[in-house]
Design a protein around this ligand. Structure first.
Ligand SMILES: [Zn+2]
Length: 93
């Protein structure tokens, strides 16, 4: 049996992966928005190769072994260690 689908619009309580602080959703205001947290979808990778035909050279790519969601609060996202993680695995926020 499938677990019940999460309610649309419900706010799961997220915590910063580094300092553990509770983070809030991005708040939209009339003048702009305040980013509540940054989410990085990452994980350990390994090099893998695909090969379509016998004559084709194999193409290598990074395969995501295990998906990890890293949550960073606006304070921690500026920390060098978090920025390194972001630059290594994802796009700069
Ligand atoms: Zn934090």
């Amino acid at each position: 049996m499938m677990p019940p689908a999460p309610e649309v619009g419900s706010t799961p309580s997220l915590h910063c992966s580094r300092c553990g602080a509770a983070v809030e959703d991005t708040q939209h205001t009339r003048t702009g928005y305040t980013v509540g947290y940054y989410l990085l979808h990452t994980g350990p990778t390994e090099e893998a190769a695909t090969r379509r035909g016998e004559d084709e050279a194999p193409r290598t790519y990074r395969r995501l072994l295990e998906a990890v969601e890293f949550v960073a609060c606006p304070g921690c996202v500026r920390e060098p260690e978090v920025r390194r993680l972001w630059l290594a695995f994802g796009k700069e926020p």
